[in-house]
Design a binder for this molecule. Structure first.
Ligand code: FAD
Ligand code: SF4
Ligand code: SF4
Length: 495
């Protein structure tokens, strides 16, 4: 066990010995200290790609679960987009019934090991927790996500997960486009009803952003692979290197291949750029490309990488969301000496999770606030040499309630970089829309669906996840996949 984790475990075991078997009052529960989660030291972790957060030990998870007051009104459940019965699974964790805890979670969420790690809990379930509210500090809330992560890891590592029951062959077949969390959830729920389910993925690896976007140091890929293996064991067929819209159109999946219904979970993988001078220079990447090279093709493995990685010393990252943090922290691990996040607002407006910002800071990422890139200046060899930036100030709120950023003319200056990573957001890929007649989309290119069924304007075609919501979250994508599957199962029963 990692020495830091060992220390926390020793303390938790002592406390557990005191508390175990006692009828704890709410007051006593309130006094139990929040269990810290061990992390790799910053100096150690910037030299590897391994997971930063090391998870709870069994003693810690039981103590943390004891902090839950089992509130009758369950305010935390309101904060979970898929409505997991949080107090019920925490109670089972407190008793050490981890498999039971997981089965409660799985009634609502199929990917607890993933969501326990990457959900923005502090803005969802934990924001509503009575304990955090009483202490006027959301960080003091019961660590719902960490408990969820532990119980799911425990059942996986101890072989306690069961392959979901698959019903008798229904004679119907469903095509699923994409293999991210929306598609994984839809596939499982459709297969359970006995339909033939084929998942088509454009890339050579399944998992969507969970595999190609979120780095190993936040979400180990073996976890995603494990979930995909469960799908395979359920009989879901996964076809890789298959681009729907090119290899086969949506119409052809119906007419030539005989599918009865289609779920589109193609995500939001089209990177946005700033459209500034010099953005075509060598050494400018979208965060998507940069992260895909590193994650999917293991470009960080210097000796046996499947693709070369641009070697950088000074990296500028434009943007301040989770994707920007992931790109910056990846660049640091790939050996960059200076990595700067360049953001035109202040820390208060940054959309990234607080934990990710804190981790990035600990790892030595530089944060340059109230600064916007104006142009990228290449050297004679065409490679990035400098970035011209301009100072900004905050103005009134925009339509999203965030304070507008306004450039201050005459404050331009040059900063020296050899690499630029653009992480200012993603749009949906237009391929399916362009090759399918009759699919209604918004002005942003997202699919318009019936909010209660995820049905698109084309009969038999459903959609969910980022292709509908725009770049959103794993849990929301998963929730939509399940909602669509429910409606699709009803639709298929009518055929
Ligand atoms: P995706 O995960 O995008 O999967 C779509 C899949 O469809 C891809 O594999 C793609 O290759 C495939 N595809 C696309 N078009 C076709 C086609 N025509 N034919 C076949 N296949 C196709 N969310 C969080 O909750 N927490 C986080 O910490 C977090 N961090 C993130 C970090 C990064 C770097 C990124 C990019 C996103 C992050 N997100 C995070 C967002 C989250 O990952 C997404 O909201 C979620 O993955 C969306 O799921 P999805 O199933 O809709 O699509
Ligand atoms: Fe909280 Fe996310 Fe788990 Fe829901 S899925 S309980 S929001 S961590
Ligand atoms: Fe437990 Fe907090 Fe939910 Fe109350 S609000 S049941 S204390 S997790």
């Amino acid at each position: 066990m990692h020495p830091k984790k060992q220390l926390l475990d020793d303390a938790a075991k002592l406390l557990l010995a005191e508390l175990e078997g006692k009828e704890l009052t709410a007051r006593e529960r309130n006094q139990i200290p929040l269990q810290e989660m061990a992390t790799q030291d910053p100096s150690e972790r910037i030299l590897n790609m391994n997971e930063v957060a090391l998870g709870y030990t069994e003693a810690q998870v039981r103590i943390e679960a004891m902090r839950c007051l089992q509130c009758k009104t369950k305010p935390c459940v309101k904060g979970c987009p898929v409505g997991i019965d949080i107090p019920a699974f925490i109670l089972e964790a407190e008793k050490g019934n981890y498999a039971k805890a997981v089965s409660i979670i799985k009634e609502s969420s199929l990917l607890p090991s993933v969501c326990g790690r990457v959900c923005p809990q502090e803005l969802q379930c934990q924001m509503y927790c009575t304990v955090g509210k009483a202490k006027k500090d959301v960080e003091q809330s019961v660590s719902i996500g960490r408990i969820e992560r532990f119980v799911a890891d425990y059942t996986r590592e101890h072989g306690l997960d069961e392959i979901p029951h698959v019903g008798d062959n229904s004679g119907k077949s469903v095509a699923i486009v994409g293999s991210g969390p929306a598609s994984i959830s839809a596939a499982a729920d459709l297969r359970r009803e006995g339909h033939r389910v084929v998942l088509f993925e454009a890339l050579h690896k399944a998992g969507g952003v969970l595999v190609y976007g979120i780095p190993e140091f936040r979400l180990p890929k073996e976890i995603v692979e494990y979930e995909l293996e469960i799908l395979r064991k359920m009989g879901v067929e996964i076809r890789l290197n298959y681009l729907v819209g090119k290899t086969r159109t949506v119409d052809e999946l119906f007419d030539k291949d005989g599918f009865d219904a289609i779920f589109v979970g193609s995500g939001a993988g089209l990177p946005r750029f700033l459209d500034i001078e010099g953005e075509n220079s060598i050494g400018v990447f979208s965060a998507n490309e940069y992260l895909t090279r590193s994650n999917l093709m293991k470009a960080y493995a210097k000796t046996n990488a499947l693709t070369p990685m641009y070697r950088s010393k000074r990296v500028a990252v434009f943007g301040a969301g989770n994707v920007a943090m992931d790109a910056a922290r990846t660049a640091k691990r790939l050996g960059a000496e200076v990595v700067s996040i360049i953001y035109r607002r202040t820390e208060a407006e940054m959309p990234a999770r607080r934990e990710e910002i804190a981790h990035a800071k600990e790892e030595g990422i530089e944060f340059l606030y109230l600064l916007a890139p104006k142009r990228i200046i290449p050297g004679e060899d065409g490679r990035v040499k400098e970035v011209e930036v301009i100072e900004c100030k905050l103005g009134p709120e925009d339509e999203d309630g965030r304070r507008r950023s306004m450039m201050i003319e005459g404050t331009e200056s040059l900063r020296s970089y050899d690499t630029v990573i653009v992480a200012i957001g993603n749009d949906s890929n237009p391929l399916i829309k362009a090759t399918t007649d009759g699919i209604e989309t918004s002005h942003k290119g997202t699919f318009i669906v019936d909010p209660s069924t995820c049905a698109t304007s084309l009969e038999g075609v459903y959609a969910g996840g980022d292709i509908v919501l725009g770049a959103a979250t794993v849990i929301l994508a998963m929730g939509q996949g399940r909602k669509a599957a429910r409606a699709m199962n009803e639709y298929l029963a009518t055929l």
